[in-house]
Design a protein. Structure first.
Length: 120
């Protein structure tokens, strides 16, 4: 799958706290959250729980200047056959397309990114 970074709230956690924890867990980097970007404004059932809907909250954040994040330009650039393998890639905004994403809400957010951060 291809998705934007993030994950589910843990009990007692706020959304910003959750994003910081998820980035630490998923990419091993402490991020600085700068502002709210988007909250789901349409009905989206979950894929994993019956009769449950999903609300997603997106924030803009900054990586530290000296991060050690291994970035690839290639899709699915990870060791095959290892459970939980993942890789990270940057896609320039001008090349980013909603269909690059797996989940419907991420597709919508890509549309909003392109609208709010136009490139020449």
């Amino acid at each position: 799958m291809t998705k934007l970074p993030g994950g589910g709230l843990e009990y007692g956690e706020g959304p910003v706290e959750c994003l910081k924890r998820e980035c630490q867990e998923e990419i091993g980097i402490e991020v600085t959250v700068t502002e709210h970007f988007y909250t789901t404004d349409f009905f989206q059932p979950t894929r994993f729980f019956k009769n449950t809907q999903l609300i997603s909250i997106y924030y803009l954040f900054q990586l530290p200047e000296n991060d050690d994040l291994k970035i690839s330009g290639k899709k699915f650039d990870f060791e095959k056959g290892r459970n939980g393998s993942q890789s990270f890639r940057w896609i320039a905004i001008q090349n980013l397309k909603p269909e690059d994403m797996t989940f419907p809400i991420d597709k919508k957010v890509v549309e909003l990114i392109k609208l709010n951060f136009p490139t020449p």
